[in-house]
Design a protein around this ligand. Structure first.
Ligand code: BG6
Length: 480
């Protein structure tokens, strides 16, 4: 077999979030999270309405309440990940399992015990956990009582939660992420930041003050983690969106720069420990004045050990987007890029964008990078295979293969990449739309949008493909 260009200890695996797969939303003392009352997902499909549908109480049409029942089936699922050869498994701790309302002084022991069992199961197979501390799962009580991260008090509650899990799992978990896609609060304030103020009433001032609270909380977690166990590797996590100009018009280039700055802002603070000048100018021009409490500046100086990001798509921008009349552009804005095809959900597919973003982040920070989400959401059809039901998901294999080849290119460019975890190695509930028919997995789960299904697990064709990729440390990507 050809010599691999992937480093010897490259961390291959898959990524998940508690609210999208665990289910058991009210068992063993778990409190409600913002996910339990958003049955249609966190990003409205109808661009005319910018707010997700929020119900008063959990409703039976919310697929996240049962998820794929990982809470009871984690042993079976982890065994399947081990069979694929996973070196790492990204998961989140559901904050509301540990602190059901969020502002209690004492944690819920049953919640802590559950994650002990999961980490022990992973350890049995030598799989390293990569744990997201907050993955779109703010306790609902904190959202409704404090308006989520709009309130500075959230820092105290988050710190207590983080300290609790750092202390509890300090010998079981080494890799931590502070907030999932921290920059997404600009696009989805309720799902990402537990902010209940409707988008049309949320001022830029309040939104960026909430961002500040999250940035301080994230740096505080990094500080705490390093104190509790100096071996911890703590990263930030951003939604990466390499941004292209529609034309060579300098005005388009400027539009790109300004759009990109709103994303760089988050990784810049995490990696450089202070607010960049361009954001200060933006604040000034928009009458935003961030309130820094005493000590915030020092706390922000606790910078991360690595930068992690999700990558699904690039974005094309123009200074005059209305002239392109392309509707919504990609999900995070911009205009449609005529050079790219799109997934069934309209997410434009751009493997080269992954090489670009890897180079970009590495040039900017010279810190190790971790690709902690990448994958294709698609409708799968279960067919009879030689060993039982399966899915012939060549489209998914092709997507992942193309992206991994670009990771290989970036490695040859000299970028330091710690690992790669595909999103949803097992089918789970979508974050943006809360569907189960938007499947990402190597493992098919028999559950459907109407809630029916046996929850049985079946290996797709991609299961065997990924197993070979991992076994060969990426060398199989280059064989016909
Ligand atoms: C990322 C999130 O934005 O994209 C995940 O961190 C999410 O939680 C993933 O599931 C894919 O998005 P979706 O909407 O297809 O589930």
């Amino acid at each position: 077999m050809t010599q691999s260009i992937f480093p010897k200890n490259f961390l291959w695996g898959g990524a998940t979030a508690a609210n999208q797969l665990e289910g058991a939303y009210n068992q063993d003392g778990k409190g409600l999270s913002v996910q339990d009352v958003t049955p249609n997902g966190g990003v409205p499909a109808n661009s005319a309405d910018k707010n997700p549908r929020i119900t008063d109480y959990p409703t039976s049409d919310n697929l996240k309440l049962e998820g794929i029942d990982f809470y009871h089936r984690y042993k079976e699922d982890i065994a399947l990940f081990a069979e694929m050869g996973f070196k790492v498994f990204r998961m989140s701790i559901a904050w509301s399992r540990i602190f059901p309302k969020g502002d209690e002084l004492e944690p819920n022991e049953a919640g802590l015990a559950f994650y002990d069992k999961v980490f022990d199961e992973l350890a049995k197979y030598g799989i390293e956990p990569l744990v997201t501390l907050s993955h779109y799962e703010t306790p609902l009580y904190l959202a409704r009582t404090y308006n989520g991260w709009a309130s500075r008090e959230l820092i105290t509650f988050y710190e207590r939660y983080v300290r609790t899990v750092f202390m509890r799992y300090k010998d079981k978990v080494k890799y931590w992420l502070t907030f999932n896609e921290i920059n997404s609060v600009l696009h989805a304030p309720f799902m990402s930041g537990g902010i209940v103020t409707p988008v049309e009433n949320l001022s830029k001032q309040d939104l960026y003050q909430a961002v500040h609270h999250e940035l301080v909380a994230s740096a505080l977690a990094t500080k705490l983690g390093h104190e509790i166990n100096p071996e911890f590797k703590i990263g930030c996590m951003v939604l990466a969106m390499p941004t292209y100009a529609m034309t060579a018009n300098p005005l388009d280039q400027l539009a790109v720069r300004q759009f990109a700055n709103h994303n760089y802002f988050f990784s810049d603070v995490h990696a450089r420990g202070k607010y960049p000048n361009y954001i200060k100018r933006y604040f000034k021009e928009n009458d935003i004045s961030i309130e820094f409490a005493e000590g915030d500046e020092e706390i922000l100086q606790h910078t991360v050990d690595f930068i992690s990001f999700s990558y699904y798509m690039s974005v094309a921008q123009a200074h005059n987007p209305e002239d392109y009349n392309t509707g919504r552009g990609n999900i995070m804005g911009g205009v449609t890029n005529p050079y790219l095809s799109a997934s069934e959900w309209g997410w434009q597919i751009d493997p080269i964008g992954l090489r670009l973003v890897l180079n970009d982040f590495y040039d900017r920070y010279q810190l190790p990078l971790f690709i902690v989400e990448n994958g294709l959401g698609a409708k799968d059809v279960l067919v009879d295979g030689a060993d039982g039901p399966t899915v012939e998901d060549d489209y998914r294999i092709d997507y992942l293969q193309q992206h991994l080849i670009q990771v290989g290119e970036a490695l040859q460019d000299g970028v330091d990449v710690l690992g790669y975890t595909t999103w949803g190695p097992i089918d789970l509930v979508s974050a943006s739309t809360a569907e189960l028919s938007k499947r990402y997995g190597f493992i098919y789960v028999d559950r459907h949008d109407d809630g029916s299904g046996s929850l049985a697990r079946y290996k797709k064709k991609s299961f065997y493909w990924y197993k070979t990729v991992i076994a060969s440390n990426g060398a199989s990507l280059y064989q016909d």
